[in-house]
Write a protein that binds this ligand. Structure first.
Ligand SMILES: *Cc1c(COP(=O)(O)O)cnc(C)c1O
Length: 392
């Protein structure tokens, strides 16, 4: 099997699983108790919280554990909206956010908030001038993703943070794809809130965190016990938290070598696909791009058909409509960068890991080439296209 869908989820690293196991069977105490079994859990949780805080240049008390990226995004937006509603009801985000942000924004719109959705250019980058122009006296929050999950484009986060700070507006970033892939410092980048998720960085599923800068007025998201400084109640998921901490420690340790390797393989495969397959192009910015992301559009092709045929060859990949599988809507991200519906439908996303190899890239290049040819041979649209070319 060749696994190239690391933007959807990653393999839990063996050292992460090893770190977690004792917290199921041996140290299973509730971290809120006073006997020493519970204290072991608390100690492990404190260690994970410090590891995560250090990775961002944050303080441990600014890290709140959640059940993952979606919950962190929901919390950041809903709680800010509620806590700052007296100042204003305007929020700025982008057209290419993950649905955890976009659907939360729709929810807030129904409750009287006004949302500005910033455009992006052909590469998926927002315009800083458009951002500045969108800020109003009643703007309470700017939420822009660090890096896009489909096309891999990395937004100018430090510049956005600077603008938010100048205007006294809070800045949240969905860093689920970028965290542990690119260096992040919340002070240097003026980030007030940041969402991250364990299973996107070789940690376990169902655990993540929200960074909330000290001083930001934030409301409780889950009411109940006093866990997470009374902001997010519920007995802590200690094995998950330990796993997340171990995954972050590992990701920070290998970031440099992983990035170097992925970029080399990424650009090699991009080059092969571009040079060897006609009527296709790379989506997303060529260099302001996640080290592991490749996203192509192939004309006259259905992405879903390509995925099924790749699966038969043991290759796991994703397409522009995979996130909303079950729905035939093309990706909102690919439409936002200006692709036509049929161009968005013919997209393929390949996301590498540190385990990816050059041999795998070669196999994938060959298979994609064959599949594209096979599908085009069956396509009436392609036949029409060839005829029209001959007639010219
Ligand atoms: C995966 C992802 C999420 C959701 O994270 P979960 O932990 O799966 O809830 C949010 N935003 C982005 C950009 C993602 O890639």
């Amino acid at each position: 099997m060749i696994y190239l869908d690391n933007a959807a989820t990653t393999k839990t690293a063996p050292e992460v699983v090893d770190a977690m196991l004792p917290y199921f069977s041996e140290y299973y105490g509730n971290a809120s108790t006073i006997y020493s079994l519970g204290a072991e859990s608390k100690k492990a949780m404190d260690h994970a919280r410090r590891t995560i805080a250090d990775s961002l240049g944050a303080k441990p008390e600014e890290i709140y554990f959640t059940a993952g990226g979606s919950e962190s995004d929901n919390w950041a937006l809903k709680a800010t909206a509620e806590a700052y509603a007296s100042k204003g009801k305007h929020i700025i985000t982008t057209k290419i956010e993950h649905h955890a942000i976009l659907h939360t924004c729709e929810y807030l719109e129904k409750r009287g908030f006004e949302i500005t959705y910033l455009n992006v250019d052909r590469d998926g980058l927002i315009s800083l001038d458009e951002l500045k122009a969108a800020i109003r006296p009643d703007t309470i929050l700017i939420s822009v993703m660090f890096a896009n999950n489909e096309i891999g484009t990395i937004e100018p986060i430090a510049e956005i943070g600077e603008i938010a700070k100048e205007h006294g507006v809070l800045f949240h970033t969905d860093a689920v794809q970028a965290y542990a892939q690119v260096p992040i410092n919340v002070d240097e980048m003026h980030i007030d809130m940041l969402s991250a998720s364990g299973h996107k960085l070789n940690g376990p599923k169902g655990i993540g965190f929200l960074y909330i800068r000290k001083g930001v007025k934030i409301r409780s998201f889950v009411h109940g016990g006093a866990q997470e400084r009374s902001r997010r109640a519920g007995t802590e998921n200690i094995p998950g938290i330990v796993g997340l901490g171990a995954a972050v420690e590992r990701a920070m340790r290998i970031m440099d070598s992983k990035t170097r390797k992925e970029i080399e393989l990424r650009d090699y495969l991009i080059g092969r696909l571009e040079n060897e397959i006609p009527h296709c192009w790379l989506n997303g910015h060529r260099t302001k791009r996640l080290p592991n992301n490749i996203n192509f559009s192939f004309l006259f092709i259905e992405g879903e058909s390509m995925l099924i045929m790749l699966d038969m060859k043991g290759i796991c990949a994703s397409s522009g409509s995979a996130c909303t599988s079950g729905s035939l809507d093309p990706s909102h991200v690919l439409l936002a960068i200006g692709l036509k519906h049929e161009e968005a439908h013919g997209s393929l996303r390949l996301t590498l890991s540190e385990d990816s190899t050059k041999e795998e890239m070669d196999i994938v290049a060959e298979e994609v080439k064959k599949i594209v040819q096979r599908l085009r041979d069956m396509s009436p649209l392609y036949e029409d296209f060839l005829k029209s070319q001959k007639n010219n």
